[in-house]
Ligand binder design. Structure first.
Ligand SMILES: Nc1nc2c(ncn2[C@@H]2O[C@H](COP(=O)(O)OP(=O)(O)O)[C@@H](O)[C@H]2O)c(=O)[nH]1
Ligand SMILES: [Mg+2]
Length: 388
């Protein structure tokens, strides 16, 4: 960028001088009447720039540019002026950045860049705005009362301490229960419900291997998924490969009977049909059965790549099943993990397991608070790793 001041008796004359010296792309960015000290150089000071992008930025400055008697030489380069403009540009850039941040930041916050940056990253993880705000404020409160910061001067806070406080605030709001079964009830009976394609069957098999076969517990896989042809067959093949018991239950009565007959098993997993929101009402019998049996632990399986609003709708549509816990799948398919957090906070349901890929049985993790906080805080663009 080249900036020069020209002094002339009219703006047109000043422009003509500039074009003669700098070429046709010289652009006027500012003109004003000269001060009494510089009047002898001409009636007008005309500030010219040859870089168009810079011109656009400089032109937006309403304030007149400073000039002094010494530098005001007719047709001379305004070295000081350039320095002033550069300084002004820097300040403007800083202000612009601060304004973007404060557009997000609620006014009760300290003037802390860390806080507005934290808010921006939580928002980027798709954490609900009210939760993000609450968490950032709480993290700030952990740092103690604000130091006596001058008005408008950003308060310096210990960034590492603030990040820890932020992670702790996130973690304190996450409930996890990586459990299978209802308290003392034996056998442990787990039913997985959820929309189609969420990963119920895959996750069920992963759970059966990791928590059944791996510790030599007798396992039964029960398919109540008679909605789709071949759905039960998928589970039957897995059962055959794993060498565990398998039964299909066509009706609720058959399901109850299969459970009754297999009281000697330690773990019973029930696979259910994938239901779209509109189908849930058609499965009232199954919902009634699963939600009223005090020995059945019903868990809802949903994909973490769903948008928060859709997730809420889907989870709400399964309320007739009274799922006690949430299993999130496909963490490997998303870069923003806020929806998992939002939904767990909204419903008050604890998180039980995370599925992180298609590999059976490796891609399964017990849900952990620190893991989710880490994904949310460092999650943009990073991928979930498998627990294998
Ligand atoms: N990438 C990825 N794919 C998954 C995960 N869990 C399940 N899937 C895939 O999602 C598809 C549907 O899974 P399935 O278990 O049949 O879903 P269901 O209809 O709920 O029983 C299959 O192709 C699975 O391999 C996961 O955690 N990550
Ligand atoms: Mg299935």
């Amino acid at each position: 960028m080249r900036i020069k001041s020209y002094f002339a008796n009219s703006v047109e004359d000043g422009m003509a001088m500039a074009r003669a010296e700098l070429g046709p792309d010289a652009m006027l960015v500012n003109s004003r009447r000269t001060s009494p000290e510089t009047r002898h150089l001409g009636d007008y000071e005309v500030v010219i720039v040859t870089d168009l992008a810079a011109a656009a930025e400089v032109a937006s400055q309403p304030a007149a540019l400073p000039a002094s008697g010494e530098q005001a030489r007719r047709g001379a380069t305004g070295d000081r002026l350039s320095a002033d403009v550069a300084q002004l540009k820097k300040e403007l850039e800083g202000m612009r950045r601060a304004m973007t941040h404060t557009a997000f930041a609620p006014s009760e916050w300290r003037v802390s860049p860390d806080a507005s940056h934290a808010y921006a990253s939580l928002a980027a993880s798709e954490l609900a705005p009210d939760l993000a705000r609450e968490i950032v404020s709480a993290a700030e409160a952990r740092l103690g009362p604000p130091l006596a910061a001058k008005a408008g001067v950003p308060e310096r806070i210990d960034s590492a301490r603030f990040e820890r406080a932020l992670a702790e605030e996130l973690e304190s709001r996450i409930r996890v229960e990586p459990l299978l079964g209802r308290s003392e009830a034996r056998p442990r009976i787990v039913a997985l419900v959820g929309p189609p394609g969420g990963g119920k069957t895959t996750t069920l098999v992963k759970l059966a291997v990791n928590y059944g076969l791996a510790s030599r517990r007798p396992v039964l896989l029960l398919s109540a998924d008679t909605h789709r042809v071949a759905a039960a067959e998928q589970l039957r093949s897995f059962a055959t490969i794993l060498g565990v018991g398998f039964q299909v239950a066509e009706t609720v009565a058959a399901l109850a009977q299969a459970i009754e007959e297999n009281h000697g098993k330690e773990l019973i997993f029930i696979d259910t049909p994938g239901l779209a929101a509109g189908d849930v009402a058609d499965f009232g019998g199954l919902a009634q059965f699963l939600s009223t049996r005090s020995d059945i632990d019903t868990q809802m399986v949903v994909s973490s790549s769903m948008k928060s609003a859709d997730l809420s709708r889907v989870v709400d549509s399964f309320e007739a099943f009274r799922p006690q816990r949430l299993i999130f799948t496909k963490l490997d398919e998303t870069g923003s993990f806020g929806a998992i957090f939002n939904e767990s906070v909204r419903t008050g349901k604890p998180l039980s397991f995370f599925a992180t890929g298609q590999r059976i049985p490796e891609d399964l993790e017990a849900a952990s608070r620190s893991r989710l906080a880490e994904l949310i805080l460092g999650g943009q663009g990073s991928r979930a790793q498998s627990a294998a």
